[in-house]
Design a protein around this ligand. Sequence first.
Ligand SMILES: [Zn+2]
Length: 110
Amino acid sequence: MSFSGEKTVKATRKRHVCIACNKFIEIGESAINWAGMTDGDFNSVYYHHECRAAEIGLNDLAGLRGDEWMGLSEADREDYPWLKAEHPIAYRRLLMTREQAAALKDTPVE
Ligand SMILES: [Zn+2]
């Protein structure tokens, strides 16, 4: 039997790495936890909310289903303008280094 599902974690208890943008999801941040079978193995991964939305959007755009699922990090360069327009937060994370993302987090948002 195959199963997969995702749930919202209101505040993570451990530091995770977002599977889509490869940046840290810090303790206490809200995240999406996706769990299911991929290639016969059980997997549990974490996403930033914006990154999950962008990845779903990307697969919808490409018309991919099930086993064809494409990760956000595998997006083609030609999809970047779309990503930037539709999912600017995820797009920015994707292009940043971990250091840049961490520095940005310390900057107060007005
Ligand atoms: Zn992310």
